[in-house]
Design a protein around this ligand. Structure first.
Ligand code: PMP
Length: 443
């Protein structure tokens, strides 16, 4: 077929994608959209339809799509004639990024911090963090949590709940709704901490000497599970007392998302390593680890990589970090997130299939359950992944993009930009309510 005769419309593009791209493609399956324009919360498809985007590039777009300060920052670099590819050389653009980032870190952490620019994805930074901790401690084991998500490369995958690894000791992550100890609340979290401590101190516990403990302040992919502050502080005490570096994976929780600039800020915890990506690149790929200088014992070249100098991402990231700071968007996320949670709790009372509503800041989840099925061991209705998928589908039909997460893919997730207005939040909630009603009362 000659190119001119090919369908250039969205159907043709989607058909060719299905024919040419990998069976492993993900979002493309549930979101058959061909985005051609975007601004803020809104994406416009090639078919002219508009969507409110509460996926935000998997939680990347703190300022939404194509924010003017981000576009301006990118244009300035392009127009300046600066090199776009510089490996890990020093540049004014990088210097500005590091300065802005350090100014936003917890002060006690920034004081002694070193930064390593990594390959461009979150998973690259997780790999770097694991290597750093293993080099510095001379130990190889790793403490990680049930339901964790740290990325898709081998080390990150092993640290996640998705792949077995002999060096990883899997510990219980606290959660109210499906508490592994059946009690939930602070008591459930305290039992998890006690279990952790006991296992680490048991000479026959079978725990390989840990190089670090890696955790997410709020598990995102794991189903929007905020770690209780007291539990996070316990993890800090337990690791500090045993000389185990604490690695906070802030890839998704960083830059205001949870209602504080960093997820660890809620608990006032200072980790040894912070893993940062997603929002710090202002919608372009960028990933770093920031860590205590005492851990900086690896050798020159110990963690190399060609693409560690993305100047456009650094400029976009600097603009994003500064905008979040100047406009107090973390506080805004805390306030609006709280109000959205209240509204969603109200919505849940009319829908028995909404088993739980939870979140922190603008990281929000609704766990869908089958209220008519027999309860599981923990006395909860079983997860309802098919229902969650149907809600996502109905949302899309109403011009709302949401994602699913959780152990059983039964949690409908909202990750709107931090720039979300009250009116936009109301529109998002309206569409979600309509979608829920359509799924639960189809007629
Ligand atoms: N850590 C966390 C907490 C994440 O949420 C993600 C991505 N969802 C990653 C790591 C991996 O990031 P990336 O997809 O950029 O490799």
């Amino acid at each position: 077929m000659v190119p001119a005769a090919r369908s250039l419309g969205p159907e043709g593009i989607l058909r060719r994608q299905a024919l040419r791209e990998s069976a492993a493609r993900t979002y493309a399956r549930s979101l058959p959209i061909v985005p051609v324009r975007a601004r803020g919360l809104t994406i416009e498809g090639a078919d002219g339809r508009r969507y409110l985007d509460c996926l935000s590039g998997a939680g990347t777009l703190a300022l939404g799509h194509n924010h003017p300060v981000v576009l301006e920052a990118i244009r300035t670099v392009l127009d300046s004639g600066a090199p776009l590819h510089v490996l890990d050389l020093a540049t004014p653009v990088k210097d500005a990024f590091t300065t802005e980032l350090f100014a936003n870190l917890p002060p006690a952490f920034a004081q002694n911090a070193r930064i390593q620019f990594c390959g461009p994805a979150g998973t690259d930074a997780v790999e770097a963090a694991l290597k750093l901790a293993r080099t510095a401690t001379g130990r190889t084991g790793l403490l990680a949590f049930s339901g964790a998500y740290h990325g898709m490369t081998a080390g990150s995958l092993a640290a996640s709940g998705g792949a077995p690894d002999v060096g990883v000791t899997r510990l219980p992550y606290p959660q109210d709704f499906r508490c592994p100890f059946g009690v939930g609340g602070p008591e459930g979290a305290a039992l998890g901490a006690r279990w952790t401590e006991n296992l680490l101190d048991d000479p026959k516990g079978g725990v390989p000497a840990p190089a670090g403990m890696i955790l997410e302040p709020v598990q995102g992919e794991g189903g929007v599970l905020p770690a209780p502050d007291a539990w996070l502080r316990r993890m800090r005490e337990i690791t500090a007392a045993r000389g185990i570096p604490l690695i906070a994976d802030e890839v998704q929780t960083g830059v205001g998302r949870t209602g504080a600039f960093w997820g660890v800020d809620h608990a006032g915890v200072i980790p040894d390593v912070m893993v940062l990506s997603k929002a710090i690149g202002g919608s372009l790929p960028l990933a770093v680890i920031v860590y205590h200088r005492d851990l900086d014992t690896w050798r020159p070249g110990a963690h190399a990589g060609t693409f560690r100098g993305n100047q456009l991402a650094m400029a976009a990231g600097t603009a994003t970090l500064a905008f979040v700071r100047e406009n107090r968007l973390a506080e805004r996320a805390a306030d609006l997130g709280e109000r959205m949670l209240t509204a969603l709790h109200g919505l849940a009372t009319g829908h028995p299939c909404v088993g739980d509503v939870r979140g922190r800041g603008l990281m929000i989840g609704l766990e869908l359950v089958d209220p008519e099925a027999p309860e599981t061991d923990a006395g909860r209705a079983p997860a309802a992944p098919a229902l969650a998928a149907a809600v996502r589908q109905e949302c899309l039909a109403r011009g709302l993009i949401v994602e699913l997460g959780g152990r059983h893919a039964s949690v409908v997730r909202l990750l709107p930009p931090l720039t979300l207005t009250d009116e936009q939040a109301a529109a998002v909630l309206d569409r979600l309510a309509d979608a829920l009603a359509a799924v639960t009362h189809p007629h």
